[in-house]
Design a protein around this ligand. Structure first.
Ligand code: C2E
Ligand code: MG
Ligand code: MG
Length: 604
C-alpha cells in the first residue's frame, strides 16, 4: 500500500487522553493553528477512531484505561495505514527507561508533562512537515520499486518479477517434491493487429488481455499484485506476468496432473479469444500457448523457459489458437528449423536461389499471357529444395520480406531482358506472402521496386493468398486500392481454401481469382466439380477473370474450357521453366488444345 498520509489543508489530529482537561487544552492549541481535532478517552476507543478517521497525527497519553498508550502505539504501527504516521507520546515520566519504551513502541516524538502549550502548535506543524517529506520519499521509493517489478501498462509483474517467481516456485517445488507448469502465451498476429488498429488501441487491447488472464485465474485465488518479493508467500500457486510485447506467462505450482494444466490452458484460450470491444473495432485475438512441466521438461528456469517457448512455436506451427505441451521431438524439429533458417539466410546472400516460370494460358487466344515466378533453392548438399519446405520457415522468421524482394527484383530483371528481345506481350506474376502483404508500407515497397527496376507496372501481377487479404479485410481494401493504383494487376491465389466474405470480395479491386489446384485434382468427384462451378459463377458475377492452376490432364483442361474458364496453368501445358526456356514458350500457341471436343458445348 502506498503511504496515504499527506499534510492536508486542515490536518486531522487524534488526541487520546483520559484527562478531559488535557484534551480540551490540546484542542484549543491545535484549533488555533487551523487543525481539526478528534478525541478519544481510552486505548480501545483510540484504535477505533484511528481506523475510522484516518488522522494525520496521533497524540497518545501513556496511562489510559483499557489499554496503555504504548500498546495502542504498537498496534497502530502494525496497521498498514499506521506504518508511517507521526505519533507523539505524552506522559508524566521522563526517565530514560520510559522514553526508550515509548520509542520502542514506535513513537515518533516524546513529550513530558506538563506540556508547554505555547509551543505545542509549532511542534505539531514541524512533525507534520517532517512526516510529509518522509511519505513523499516513501512514495518515490514505492514507485521505483513498482517500475522495477511491474509492467506499468497492464500492472502485471514484469520479466524481472517473472524470473523471481519462477526461481522461487521451482525451489519450492523441489523442496516439496511437487510439480509445476510454465505456460508461455503469445498472441497470434498481434503485430499486425496492433499496426492496423493503432498503437493506442493496441495498448488497450493488451490491458484487456491482462485483465482476462487475471480474472480467469483468479479463482485459483492467488494473484497478489502487491506482494513484496520475499519468500513468505508460500501459499500462492498461480503467477502471471507480462514479459513484454504480446508475451505473457503463467506459472502454476502444486499441480496434481496435466489435466489440471490442460484445463487452465483451455480456459485461457477460450477467454482470450472472445472479441475485444474497442470502440468501432472488435478484434479477435487468439493466443498460442506452449507448456513445459517441472520436473519432466526441465528442472532449471532456463530449460523450462526454452522448452515452453519451443512448445509455443509448435502451437503456432499447428495453426495457432491452440496449446501444446512440450515434447522431445519438438526440440529436434526446432533445431532443424533453426538450421534451415541459417542456411536460408546464407542462400539469400550467396545466390543459391533461382526462379522458374510457369506459363498461364488464355483459353480464348491460346497465348501465354503471364509467367508465374516460382522460387527454388539450390541447396549445396540437399539439391533442389521445393518452396513448400522453406517458404514457411522464411515466413516464420521474417526472412520472407528479403526473399520476396529478391524474387521481385530477379523477375523484373528477366522481364526487362525478354522485353529487349521484343517479347513484351505478357506479365510476370509474383507470389506475395502474407507477411509481406501485411507490412504496413507494402505499397511503398512495391512502388520503390518499380521505380528502381524500371519495370512498367502493367507488366506485373501480384498473387496474394485468399487468407492474407481476408484477415483484417476492412484495412486491406485501402491497401489493395493503393497497390492497384500503381498500375499493376492483382490476383487472389489458392482461392477457395480460406473463407471469403463475398461482400469484401466485391469491394476488393482485384482482377483475377485463382482456383486452388486441390479442387482441380478433385474434379472427378461431384463435390470438386460443384466447387469449381461455383467459383466460376462467382467470378462472372463479380466480373473477375478466373484461372485454374494444376491442370495435369486433358480431361481437366476440357472441363475448364467447357466452363469457359479464362486462363489455365499446369503441368499439362508446361512445368515451371528455366528462364532460358521462357522465350520459346512465349511463342507457343495452345489454341489447338482448346478446340471443342465432340459432345461438349461450343463457346460463344
Ligand atoms: P502457388 O503460388 O499456388 O504455385 C503453384 C504451385 O503449383 C507451384 O509449386 C507449381 O510448381 C505447382 N504446379 C503447377 N502446375 C502444377 C500441376 O499441374 N500439378 C501440380 N501438382 N502442381 C503444379 P511450387 O513451385 O512448388 O510452389 C509452391 C508454393 O510455394 C506456391 O504455390 C507458392 O505459394 C509458394 N511460392 C513459390 N514461389 C514463391 C515466391 O517467390 N514467393 C512466395 N511468397 N511464395 C512462393
Ligand atoms: Mg501463386
Ligand atoms: Mg496457388
Amino acid at each position: 500500500m502506498p503511504p496515504q498520509h499527506e499534510t492536508q489543508l486542515s490536518p486531522k489530529i487524534l488526541v487520546s487522553d483520559d484527562d478531559l482537561n488535557v484534551r480540551l487544552l490540546t484542542r484549543q492549541c491545535l484549533e488555533a493553528e487551523g487543525m481539526t481535532v478528534v478525541e478519544a478517552a481510552s486505548g480501545p476507543e483510540t484504535l477505533d477512531i484511528f481506523v475510522r478517521e484516518r488522522p494525520d497525527l496521533v497524540f497518545l497519553d501513556v496511562e489510559m484505561p483499557g489499554m496503555s498508550g504504548l500498546e495502542v502505539c504498537r498496534r497502530i504501527r502494525q496497521m498498514p495505514q499506521g506504518e508511517s504516521i507521526p505519533i507523539m507520546i505524552v506522559t508524566g515520566s521522563d526517565d530514560r527507561q520510559s522514553i526508550d519504551q515509548g520509542f520502542d513502541a514506535g513513537a515518533t516524538q516524546y513529550k513530558t508533562k506538563p506540556v508547554n502549550w505555547s509551543l505545542l502548535g509549532r511542534d505539531v506543524q514541524y512533525m507534520l512537515r517532517a512526516s510529509h517529506a518522509f511519505n513523499s520519499l516513501k512514495r518515490q521509493e514505492y514507485r521505483l520499486r513498482y517500475l522495477a517489478f511491474y509492467d506499468p501498462l497492464t500492472s502485471l509483474p514484469n520479466r524481472r518479477s517473472f524470473n523471481e517467481q519462477l526461481n522461487r516456485i521451482l525451489k519450492r517445488s523441489q523442496r516439496h517434491d511437487s510439480s509445476a507448469a510454465l505456460l508461455f502465451i503469445d498472441l497470434d498476429h498481434f503485430k499486425r493487429i496492433n499496426d492496423s488498429i493503432g498503437h493506442g488501441r493496441g495498448d488497450r487491447l493488451l490491458v484487456e488481455i491482462a485483465k482476462r488472464l487475471t480474472n480467469e485465474l483468479r479463482e485459483d485465488d492467488a494473484i497478489n499484485y502487491f506482494s513484496d518479493h520475499s519468500d513468505n508467500d508460500a501459499e500462492r500457486n498461480t503467477e502471471i506476468a507480462r514479459l513484454g510485447g504480446d508475451e505473457f506467462t503463467v506459472v502454476l505450482s502444486d499441480i496434481d496432473d496435466t489435466t489440471a494444466v490442460e484445463s487452465v490452458a483451455r480456459r485461457i484460450l477460450n477467454s482470450l479469444s472472445q472479441p475485444i470491444p474497442l470502440q468501432s473495432h472488435n478484434p479477435v485475438v487468439t493466443p498460442s500457448i506452449g507448456i513445459a512441466l517441472y520436473p519432466q521438461d526441465g528442472t532449471d528456469p532456463d530449460t523450462l523457459v526454452r522448452n515452453a517457448d519451443t512448445a509455443m512455436y509448435a502451437a503456432k506451427a499447428d495453426g495457432r489458437a491452440c496449446y501444446r505441451f512440450y515434447n522431445e521431438e519438438m526440440n529436434a524439429r526446432a533445431v532443424e528449423q533453426l538450421k534451415m533458417e541459417e542456411e536460408l539466410r546464407h542462400a539469400l546472400h550467396f545466390n543459391e536461389l533461382e526462379l522458374r516460370y510457369q506459363p498461364q494460358i488464355d483459353t480464348r487466344t491460346g497465348k501465354v499471357v503471364s509467367m508465374e515466378a516460382l522460387v527454388r533453392w539450390k541447396h549445396p548438399e540437399r539439391g533442389m529444395v521445393p518452396p513448400n519446405e522453406f517458404i514457411p520457415v522464411a515466413e516464420r522468421t521474417g526472412l520472407i520480406i528479403e526473399l520476396g524482394e529478391w524474387v521481385m527484383a530477379e523477375a523484373a530483371k528477366h522481364c526487362i531482358y525478354w522485353d529487349s528481345l521484343g517479347l513484351s506481350d505478357f506479365r510476370v506474376s509474383v507470389n506475395i506472402s502474407p507477411l509481406q502483404f501485411n507490412q504496413p508500407n507494402i505499397t511503398e515497397v512495391v512502388r520503390d521496386f518499380l521505380d528502381r527496376s524500371g519495370l512498367p507496372p502493367e507488366r506485373l501481377e501480384l498473387e496474394l493468398t485468399e487468407s492474407a487479404i481476408m484477415t483484417d479485410a476492412e484495412i486491406n481494401i485501402e491497401k489493395l486500392r493503393q497497390l492497384k493504383a500503381l498500375g499493376l494487376a492483382l490476383a487472389v491465389d489458392d482461392f477457395g481454401t480460406g473463407y471469403s466474405s463475398l461482400s469484401y470480395l466485391k469491394r476488393f479491386p482485384i482482377n483475377t481469382l485463382k482456383i486452388d489446384q486441390s479442387f482441380i485434382a478433385d474434379l472427378s468427384s461431384p463435390d470438386g466439380a460443384a466447387i469449381i462451378d461455383a467459383i466460376i459463377a462467382l467470378s462472372r458475377t463479380l466480373s473477375l477473370r478466373v484461372i485454374a492452376e494444376g491442370i495435369e490432364t486433358a480431361e481437366q483442361m476440357r472441363y475448364m474450357v467447357d466452363k469457359q474458364c479464362d486462363l489455365l496453368q499446369g503441368y499439362y501445358f508446361a512445368r515451371p521453366l528455366y528462364p532460358e526456356d521462357v522465350p520459346n514458350m512465349l511463342k507457343e500457341d495452345f489454341l489447338d488444345y482448346f478446340a471443342p471436343s465432340i459432345g461438349s458445348l461450343t463457346r460463344a
